[in-house]
Design a protein around this ligand. Structure first.
Ligand SMILES: [Zn+2]
Length: 447
């Protein structure tokens, strides 16, 4: 068995880890990211100072399945100035003020001419909306509704100092080798500008998880994939088509820093081992949670779970995208994500990985009636959990270890946490009462 990652994590200062993740989110927050350009490069470089990251470049114009890598977008400045020379909307004050991927513009426009290019939220008059125009060349500004209402008849000087030129799309990969070449994929989008929950929460939790796993004795290899949403995942799949089936379990990680309870969206397969591992981890995490069925709308699980790949990739969120009012607005800021929520999201991911790392089939070596635990000194506590839980877990493992029930099956059926079942199996193995069953692993059966 692999050493418990959860025990390693619980030996660390979780509160401190949460603060560290939040501070890292604060460092990344001001950067104007997009699906290409300097912002995403800078973000990957900063993550690369913490974990070993390989950055790939895909040139503009490259065909990736039905899509084409777009021109690279970079922006230096953008503003709307009134006739007194005052910047009434200023990209330098908030990068959400410009429609992401706006083409360069220099013009003087009346308010009427300007208005079709302005976006605001009447329901939340202090918030700036987040808008993009990746695949149709356009330009625009986003502003609070209060700012919008304050605009008077005037001649406005409009400037978007951006460039849309042949370049590259970039994405980052952190590969942590395990004993097997079979992989656990953790995928995060890295293309949103100053948005904290939708983007930075997943990135900071994934970075901390990669730091925790690096150098450990692991069953699976882990691949942390930091990609621009949609086009990045499609580009990665196009370039790794032949080896994508190494992904045995996968997770899209996003929106994991807000105060909401957990939501795990199942993979397209619906009964993949990763789906069951997360459902189990959620059941025992002590927080409100809900497991959602797969749907073909959402984050990059849409690509991983497309029928040509059908990879077992689920999606973990706290509040579900699009359901909280702060979603895709300036209110999804650093105050909307919390150190405690980040650290507990990390802990949940680690506990699900612990299940995957240690889920195996065993054979009871003494199947005719219960073995006498007392004479082996196994009818007492080792001091970890309560004695009832420990002994109960040993009895469940012995009873169901017939080669047909995995440890996850036993945890599900007994209602006991996988950690207790895993500890019991380890102890019984050490005492010669269990042996590993040679059989096809659970995830391979599903193909
Ligand atoms: Zn988003």
């Amino acid at each position: 068995m692999s050493p418990s990652l959860l025990k390693v994590l619980d030996g660390e200062n979780l509160a401190g880890l949460g603060e560290r993740m939040h501070r890292f989110a604060a460092e990344l927050y001001p950067i104007c990211r997009s699906i290409t350009g300097a912002g995403i490069r800078q973000t990957l470089a900063m993550i690369g100072e913490r974990i070993s990251l390989e950055v790939s470049e895909v040139p503009t114009g490259t065909a990736v399945f039905d899509w084409t890598i777009p021109k690279e977008w970079n922006i230096r400045d953008a503003y709307i100035k009134d006739s007194h020379g005052q910047r009434v909307v200023d990209f330098k004050r908030h990068n959400l003020h410009v429609v992401n991927y706006s083409k360069p513009v220099r013009a003087t426009l009346s308010l009427r001419e300007l208005q079709p290019h302005l976006h605001s939220l009447a329901d939340h008059p202090d918030w700036i909306p987040y808008r993009t125009s990746y695949y149709r060349e356009d330009w625009g500004f986003c502003l609070s509704h209060k700012q919008m209402l304050a605009l008077e008849e005037d001649q406005y000087e409009v400037c978007i100092d951006s460039s849309l030129e042949a370049g590259n799309l970039v994405y980052g990969e952190c590969y942590i080798p395990g004993r097997s070449k079979e992989e656990i994929l953790i995928s995060c989008h890295v293309c949103h500008p100053s948005l904290a929950n939708d983007n930075l929460s997943g990135l900071t939790v994934a970075t901390s998880m990669a730091e925790l796993l690096s150098g450990r004795y692991l069953r699976y290899s882990y691949r942390f994939l930091l990609v621009p949403g949609t086009i990045g995942a499609i580009a990665w799949l196009a370039r790794n088509r032949e080896t994508a089936d190494r992904v045995r379990h996968g997770l899209v990680l996003t929106c994991v820093g807000d105060a909401g309870g957990f939501h795990y969206k199942k993979s397209r397969r619906g009964d993949a081992e990763v789906d069951r591992a997360f459902a189990h981890a959620l059941l025992h995490c002590g927080e409100p949670s809900e497991v959602l069925e797969f749907s073909p709308y959402g984050y990059d699980e849409r690509q991983y779970c497309s029928p040509g790949f059908n990879l077992p990739v689920g999606c973990l969120m706290r509040s579900v995208w699009g359901t909280f009012p702060e979603y895709h607005t300036s209110a999804d800021n650093l105050g909307f994500i919390h150190p405690d929520q980040l650290s507990r999201s990390l802990r949940l991911c680690v506990s699900a990985c612990d299940v995957l790392e240690n889920n195996r089939y065993y054979l009871n070596q003494n199947p005719c009636c219960e073995p006498q635990l007392g004479k082996r000194n196994l009818y007492r506590s080792t001091g970890g959990e309560s004695i009832d839980l420990e002994i109960n877990a040993r009895l469940w493992v012995l009873n169901l270890s017939d080669g047909e029930h995995s440890l996850l099956n036993i945890a599900e059926r007994s209602g006991l946490p996988f950690s207790a079942i895993g500890d019991a199996a380890q102890l019984l193995l050490e005492n010669g009462l269990l042996a590993e069953a040679q059989r096809v692993p659970e995830h391979a059966k599903q193909e």
